[in-house]
Structure formats: structure tokens, C-alpha cells
Design a binder for this molecule. Structure first.
Ligand code: F6R
Length: 357
């Protein structure tokens, strides 16, 4: 039930720190080691490449999962949109492992791929919020995201939970291979949960930003680079699906190759800047759009902040930032939709799970 909340979406956004802490518990043994089915560990270890298959928000979690797996565990990963993979299978590696990421576990495009790859004799793992779902039952292995029921059509806590589980898998895989990593997923997730909480406590700020930037706009751009690029794609999807504002997430450096033509006086551009090594590059991109009249809003961290940034999140491990930096984007989308009078929990034309191809 919604309790004191007017919408499930806001309730589910607020639940995220608890979900992350719950995941830490569920994936930890009493001795502090990662709790993971040894067959799953083995399957990941045996694979020469992981193929993440997903749709929508879960696809965006997959993009972050690739970064974690490759950077922490040195495992090559490809991320594919399920409906694309289904009719356009790429050349596969010798020993692929398929990882399906799906909140509902019922997405038909994912199921289509699962059926195909099973026929080809490949192993599969489903990461889902619904353990008894079709994708969970039909894959060789399942991991639970423990986010609790997600009622709002726009996915929030399932997305952050998916990334949390992927971070744990990345650390586990690094350990299983004997890779020396300073990345302690459990500890970093704890810090991420605290940081999420501090952002959830800044709702007035997010609401004001939504009013200032979104109340009369037709469109909105989100920019970021590397990890932040994946997060802004998700931020744009959240905004468009519930507020009906046309929104796109762009790689900061790519904007000038065409899309910058759409920037007009007052066009909102939200930039996410959490990584030090590209701080100056993305700030350059912000200047480019501001020079064309854009109304820029910057989300940064204590490490990357500059005076005048609109939202500054606490510092956490750079690889973990997507779990936190998406929270302001979720909240801005929520308040934008609310103030435009949209049906936040049940946006037009959408269903919670897409069971047709
Ligand atoms: C967006 C959203 C959708 C789903 C997509 C995949 O907020 O909810 O984009 O993420 O339909 O659904 P699952 O994860 O259930 O496979």
C-alpha cells in the first residue's frame, strides 16, 4: 500500500536505500563473504564473455553492469536490447553466458532470446525481482534483486537493485579469478545507500528544479560521459515516460555532432558529472549548450563539484555513482510529471510488464 504517499513512484524512490541495505544482507554470509550459488560463480568464471540482454530501464542497468564487470572483474561484456538481439544475433564468443535482467521476469523480447539461446545450448542466468517468473524458471540460474513489489509503471528501485546485484557479481567474479581489487561492493553499497538517503531528503530542491526547468518545456536533454552517460539515458527515459516531455540522454561529446542544433533559448539540459577524469570535458559540453541559450542544471559530487552546481551528492566510489546519481533524476521526473498534472503511477500507453514482442 501507498501509506502516507500519494504515489507509489515516490514511495519506491524513497525505499531505495532500504532495498540496497537489504541486498547487502541477502548477499552476505555470516563470515562477511559474498553469498552466491557456486554454480553461478562457476558459470561466470567459465564464460569468456557475458551477454546481457534486457529492455528499457533494465537495459540501462545492464550498461552500468558492463562497466562494473569489465573494470572490476576484467570480464568482457556485451549489452544488447532484447528485441534487437532477437532478430539480429551478433557473432558470439566461444563460451558465452547469457544474463537476462528483468524486473518482472516476463518481458517477451527477453524470453524470445532465452528460448533461442537455450536451443543453441548456452547457459543462462536471470536477474529478476520476481523469482517465480517465466525468465527465472526457464533460465539455468536465477538471482533475486530483493527490491520488493514495484507497483509504479516507471521503474526506480528495481533499477538500482539490479545495479547493486551486478556490483556484487563483479566483485565476486574478481575474487574468484584472484584479481586484486580495491573494490569492496558491500562496503561501497552501504555508502551508496547513505548517499541515496541524503538525496531523498532534498526533495524540495528537486521539486524546485522540476518547476524551474520543466514546467513549460517541450523537450529536455540529459548529458553525461562514460558511466554518467548510462545514467542520463535512464534519467531521460524516466522523464519522458511519466511527464511526456521529449527527453534524450546524450554522450556529452556527441551532442555537437548534430543534436546541438535543437538547443534553443531556455532548453533544459541536465548534466551528470560524477567522474573526475572527465569533469573538464563534460563541463566544456555544458558551456557549449549554454552558449546556445540552454538552461543547464548540474548534478555533481563532492569530488567533482564547482560553485553554482545545482545538486551535489556525497562522494562514493566512482563505479558505484550510478546507483546514487539516478536518484535526483528520478525525483526531478516525478515532480515534473506531478506539476504537469500527469498520472505519475500509470502513464499513458504503458504497461508494467510487456508480454508481447
Ligand atoms: C521504464 C520501464 C521499462 C522496463 C522494461 C523492461 O521505467 O519500466 O522500460 O524497464 O519494460 O521491463 P522488465 O525489467 O520487467 O523486463
Amino acid at each position: 500500500e501507498k501509506g502516507t504517499y500519494n504515489h507509489f513512484m515516490l514511495k519506491e524512490i524513497d525505499e531505495q536505500p532500504f532495498v540496497i541495505r537489504n541486498i547487502i544482507q541477502k548477499y552476505q554470509n555470516s563470515d562477511g563473504n559474498i553469498k552466491l550459488d557456486k554454480d553461478i560463480r562457476q558459470a561466470i568464471n567459465d564464460a569468456d564473455r557475458l551477454y546481457i540482454i534486457a529492455a528499457g530501464t533494465s537495459y540501462h542497468a545492464g550498461l552500468v553492469g558492463k562497466e562494473l564487470m569489465e573494470k572490476v572483474a576484467e570480464k568482457p561484456v556485451e549489452v544488447h536490447i532484447a528485441s534487437e538481439f532477437l532478430y539480429n544475433e551478433p557473432i558470439l564468443s566461444k563460451k558465452p553466458l547469457f544474463i537476462f535482467i528483468s524486473q518482472s521476469g516476463e518481458t517477451a523480447d527477453c524470453r524470445g532470446v532465452l528460448v533461442n539461446v537455450k536451443k543453441q545450448g548456452y547457459k543462462s542466468l536471470t536477474i529478476t525481482n520476481v523469482p517465480g517468473s517465466t525468465l527465472a524458471r526457464e533460465a539455468d540460474f536465477t538471482l533475486h534483486t530483493y527490491a520488493g513489489p514495484e507497483i509504479a509503471v516507471a521503474s526506480t528501485k528495481a533499477y538500482t537493485a539490479q545495479m547493486a546485484v551486478l556490483s556484487i557479481l563483479a566483485m565476486d567474479s574478481a575474487k574468484a579469478q584472484g584479481i586484486d581489487t580495491d573494490f569492496d561492493a558491500m562496503q561501497e553499497l552501504g555508502l551508496a545507500a547513505n548517499a541515496m538517503e541524503s538525496l531523498c531528503d532534498q526533495k524540495e530542491t528537486m521539486e524546485q528544479i522540476a518547476k524551474d526547468y520543466m514546467s513549460g518545456t517541450r523537450n529536455c536533454f540529459f548529458i553525461g560521459r562514460a558511466l554518467d552517460y548510462h545514467v542520463v539515458q535512464e534519467g531521460a527515459l524516466k522523464l519522458k515516460e511519466i511527464s511526456y516531455i521529449q527527453a534524450e540522454g546524450f554522450a556529452g561529446g556527441e551532442l555537437k555532432h548534430g543534436t546541438i542544433a535543437l538547443i534553443e533559448k531556455g532548453t533544459p539540459v541536465i548534466a551528470v558529472i560524477t567522474q573526475e577524469h572527465i569533469n573538464l570535458n563534460i563541463r566544456g559540453n555544458v558551456q557549449e549548450v549554454e552558449a546556445r541559450g540552454a538552461n543547464a542544471c548540474i548534478v555533481s559530487t563532492d569530488r567533482t563539484k564547482e560553485e553554482g552546481d545545482h545538486i551535489v551528492m556525497p562522494d562514493i566510489h566512482e563505479r558505484m555513482t550510478p546507483i546514487v546519481s539516478v536518484v535526483p533524476l528520478q525525483l526531478i521526473a516525478y515532480y515534473a510529471a506531478l506539476h504537469r498534472g500527469c498520472d505519475v503511477d500509470k502513464p499513458r500507453n504503458l504497461a508494467k510488464s510487456v508480454t508481447v514482442e
